[in-house]
Design a protein around this ligand. Sequence first.
Ligand SMILES: CC(C)(COP(=O)(O)OP(=O)(O)OC[C@H]1O[C@@H](n2cnc3c(N)ncnc32)[C@H](O)[C@@H]1OP(=O)(O)O)[C@@H](O)C(=O)NCCC(=O)NCCS
Length: 169
Amino acid sequence: MQVKSVITIRPQRIKDAADFYRIITEGHFPFFPTNIKSIEAEKRFLRRSRQMWKDRSAFNFTVTLSGKVIGAVGLIPEHDRPYNVEIGYFIDRAMHGKGYALQAALQAELFAKVFWPELRRLQAVIVVDNAPSIRVIEKAGYKREGCLQSYLRCGNDFHDAYMYGKIVR
Ligand SMILES: CC(C)(COP(=O)(O)OP(=O)(O)OC[C@H]1O[C@@H](n2cnc3c(N)ncnc32)[C@H](O)[C@@H]1OP(=O)(O)O)[C@@H](O)C(=O)NCCC(=O)NCCS
């Protein structure tokens, strides 16, 4: 794969709210559950997110390209099993297919390896029809481990989802 540009990840900021709201509402992502209904609601989410960063219950990053917000990637350690960390991501629809989600997943993994010493296993739960996300996670080296029936709710629909895992150490 040709790499034309390299993205950066950084902790999310409240001022990212309008960009996230636009990316999520214009994106109409069918398999990415979210119930953010306004920029104000997005700001509230980002405030909670900042608190979660402080108490180390989640690490949510903004993905930027040349300083412009183009998406997000997040890491959530399981509460009772902090050695398992779930990853999730989205990228602005206008920027799809350029390898940015793969870069974001790999940069988040590097962060977790360095700053989350408990980490043993990264995992992702992906709707079985979400072909681009499946491609990203497999390119990032995760293995499909099974299918969770009717596991993910997106709007009013419940979808089967694959569990992916990558043993890091
Ligand atoms: C999943 C998502 C983040 C991928 O972002 P992206 O920046 O386009 O990802 P990348 O460019 O790194 O890789 C996408 C890969 O999927 C492939 N792809 C795209 N559409 C595809 C399809 N319908 N079928 C199969 N592969 C597909 C691309 O060709 C690319 O693979 P390649 O690099 O081998 O050509 C993006 O589609 C998105 O934001 N989706 C909505 C949110 C979401 O579903 N997040 C995942 C929740 S688990």
